[in-house]
Design a protein. Sequence first.
Length: 299
Amino acid sequence: MLEPVKAAFECQIAVLPISAILPMRKISDEIKLSKKFKMIAQSICEIGIIEPIVVARSKNQLDCYLLLDGHLRLSAIIDQGVQEVRCLIADDDEAFTYNKRINGLATIQEHYMIVRALERGVSGERLAKILNVEIKQIQRKRTLLDGICSEVVEMLKDKKMSGETFEILRKMKPIRQVEVTELMNMAANYTVPYAKALLAATRQGDLVRSDIPKKVKGLTVEQMDRMEREMASLQQDFKAVEASYGDDVLNLVIASGYLAKLVNNSEIERYLSEHHPEILSQFRSIVSAASIDQPSAIG
């Protein structure tokens, strides 16, 4: 019979005095000046701590707790003069940073959260104050997906990227938006400079305002024309490779497996070595190239 899974935390959230909690590291003045810390501090000031900090009971001192996760939050509330804090008490005192196992909030997810908060009556000014940003940023985040097609939203829903990248995508027609997003996904590059380069390589007819000549800072009209031609050629080559890639890989695996058996056969290897050394060399090169990801393919 399987043993029941033991919970990693005590069931009840505890309210502990700040003086009973021992941090595992010190928060420097440099960190306190960072944008992230200021945002956390402002959020706590406005609405308090939403996610309890994580502590573990000290094995050496009674009524003393080791801080496992939440050093920035604890430092912020200490600076604000708070005397007590809500805590999750872990059964293990291993200094495991839980937030490192959690992906940062994706840009589109952040957009949905802001829209939902606005729909529920939270004012833009209030959100800006909580997040320690200007009201203009809240407005930009609210309209982030205006003009973005649903296919692109689906492809970028879990990506963390600049809102300016969406502004660049918005200048393109839906079909081109999808093509550019696929290129960004393949390159795992969602930066603004890369998006601008793809915009520069976009044909005038694929822009929403095709009647207005596109302008990309730092590039001349001639350079953009050349990028368009090169991008069109690159996409054709890529589609050709994509169409045959699966079959090519399958054929390579089968062929390299067969050649590996030939090379490993001592009589065949001796014959090729004596009469056709150049062919043997080519066989070995093919087997070696195909076995980079499969070291045991030859043996």
